[in-house]
Every structure is written in C-alpha cells, then in structure tokens.
Design a protein around this ligand. Sequence first.
Ligand code: ATR
Length: 280
Amino acid sequence: MSRPDRYAVVGNPIHHSLSPRIHTLFAEQTGQAMTYEARRGTPGQFAEEVGGWLAGELRGVNVTVPFKEDACQLAAVLSDRARRAGAANTLWTGDDGRIHGDNTDGVGLLRDLEDRLGCDLNGRRILILGAGGATRGILLPLLERTPAELIVANRTPARAEGLARDFADLAGDTRLQACALDALPDGPFDLILNATAAGLSEDALELPAGLVGPRTTAYDLVYGPAALRFLDWAEAAGCALSSDGLGMLVEQAAEAFAIWRGVHPETGPVLATLRHEAAD
Ligand code: ATR
C-alpha cells in the first residue's frame, strides 16, 4: 500500500497553529490519504529548509508568520494574487518539478464575508485598519468586488499611501484612498476590517463610534483573544454584525487543500467543530 502524502505548516512560533487540526478534519471529510503536521521554521534559512522539504518528503506546505514573504521569493511560479500580495501562504511542487506559490488569504476572507456572513461588497464603503502584510494580502480580491470606496487607514500614514499607490492600477471604479488612523473620514462604513496587529499589543485602537451605522459589519482578521477588544468596540458602537477571523482561517485552508488535492472541502462543519473545541 502506498504511503499517505505529507503536508505541513511552517511558521515561528508554530505550536498554537490550528492548521493541522483543520487539514486533518478536511482529509477525514473528503477521504484523502494524507498527513499534515506543524513545523517550526528557522529564521534566515527558509529557502534551504523548506526547499529541502519540498524536494524531499513533503508534497506541499502552508506558510505563516513570519515567512510569507520568504515563501513568495522561494516560489519559481507565482499566482497573480501572491505576486500582488508580495507573500505566499501555500507552496507545492508542480508537475514541472518547480515550486509553485499562491496566496489564499484574500479569497479566504471573501468567502467568509460573502458566503457565511452574507456581505455584498459591490458599491459599498469599506474601511481597512492597518497597512501591513495582512492588508496587502487582501486588497486584490476586495478590489475585484468593485466597492465604491476602499480606504486604508494606518498609524503610519506613509505605509497606507504606499499601498494605495501600489494597487492604484487595479482600483477601476473604486475610490482607493489612504489616511492616518487619527484622521479617519466620516462614517458610516458598510464594512470595517481590522488588519492591524493592535490586538496583540497593549495599546488599544481608538476608533470613533461615528464610523458605524445600522448596516455596518466589523471583521477582525485575527481570532481568539487578540480580536476581543475590536469586537467589543464594534458591539458597543452598534455594528449590525461582527466576527473574528476564524472563518477566514478555515476558508484559506480550504483553498489551499483544494489546490493540493483537487477537492474543495465543506468548511461549515469544520468551523463549527473548531468553535466547539475552543469553547471546551
Ligand atoms: P501584518 O503582517 O500582521 O499586517 P505588519 O506588516 O507588521 O503585520 O503590520 C502590522 C500593522 O498593524 C501595521 O499596519 C501597524 O501599523 P504601523 O504601520 O503604523 O506600524 C499596525 N499596528 C500594530 N500595532 C498597532 C497599534 N498598537 N495601533 C495601531 N496600529 C498598529
């Protein structure tokens, strides 16, 4: 009998990663013969280390903080969305023997927003807080939905302006703009995305309640305790809907799984299992 195909997620730190659990649930659900493990990567040695794994025992890897830019550089063949993001979260060896890279974060977010939360982004006003790697990873799929307005607000405004410039050629009918976090335009917004790392630090985001109207959805790209302060603010400000990013995590994993295995798992039951396990 042939051995199951092997996959891994690489990051540093990596011990809290939910990806092995998610992919194991996907594999059980779809009957795929595969294993999936977590590996701690060595900073400064990504290409040698992960290139070696992909030439050897692993069929594919997911890549998380802080190696997504390294993964983008390692891939010989990149999807448009990974090239635009400057980051890859999914690598595999193609039939051509070369390392391929994709970024499924943005499409994962869109699936969670549209399919689970029922958001329609076309013609809407969207505010993104933060202008780091997380924002860069989601701008292309968001612009593809042609919102009326997409504003990137950042503590360091020059970074937001840089992103707005880099994506200006994709903006089409969308008004893509940058601003400082302490000079936000008037609300209400239809969607407010928190893509800052503020939830991981002591300094809370100070956001005016005027950003929110009766139809506003608030979404934090991270999940768990790091999302709590933003979600508490959203509730107090009167958002119609708010969510952490656990659904995005499951959806980006499902996209990676589909790339590798050619079958798209059902995400709803897996998300429900993770929520149930987190509550235990
Ligand atoms: P990521 O890949 O998670 O986006 P990053 O590239 O380090 O990580 O970006 C972190 C983002 O969170 C940046 O937009 C950062 O703002 P600056 O560019 O001004 O540094 C933002 N951020 C981090 N801590 C923050 C805080 N306490 N308040 C507001 N923004 C914060």
